[in-house]
Design a protein around this ligand. Structure first.
Ligand SMILES: [Cu+2]
Length: 156
């Protein structure tokens, strides 16, 4: 996995550990704890009004680096969709009816980066930024800062 430019520039000492789910502090609990071994490194960067993230990742332990490479603050809300609920169902109802919290990072300023470690169970996850764009008054989610990430069964 390629090194993230923000983290490379700033070095590991500026990395702050954060485990916040959609604005509230919460432990991540989205997968089986028995997954051992070294975590996979996964990078997600926020820039403009989008997330640069993989569409698919294997289940298991991940160290997720989240970097804000844009010019506005962003946050990272990460939920797992329940049952057959779709991304648009979640947009209509962001409550725990359609999803369960999987982790997240509170507001990150431009140039900031954090890492969090999550054990991801197979399923469909939504990554979204719920902050509002001051220019348009629209949420970053409405402007496209929304990704569906599928976690597949881990390779045997
Ligand atoms: Cu944002």
């Amino acid at each position: 996995m390629k090194a993230n430019p923000v983290l490379r520039r700033r070095g590991p000492t500026s990395i702050v550990l954060a485990l916040v789910a959609c604005g509230t502090t919460e432990r991540a609990a989205a997968g089986p704890p028995e997954t051992g071994g070294a975590p996979r490194q996964l990078w997600i960067s926020a820039a403009g009004t989008g997330f640069d993230a993989p569409d698919t990742v294997p289940a298991g332990r991940h160290r997720i680096g989240i970097a804000n490479e844009g010019t506005q603050d962003h946050l990272f809300c990460f939920v797992r969709l329940r049952g057959d609920y779709s991304l648009s169902d979640w947009l209509d109802d962001e409550s725990n009816v359609t999803s369960e919290r999987a982790g997240g990072v509170s507001r990150l300023g431009p140039g900031q980066a954090v890492q969090l470690e999550l054990v991801l169970a197979p399923g469909r996850y939504v990554a979204a930024c719920l902050l509002r764009d001051p220019a348009t008054g629209k949420s970053h989610t409405e402007l496209g800062m929304l990704r569906l990430i599928t976690v597949t069964e881990a390779a045997k």
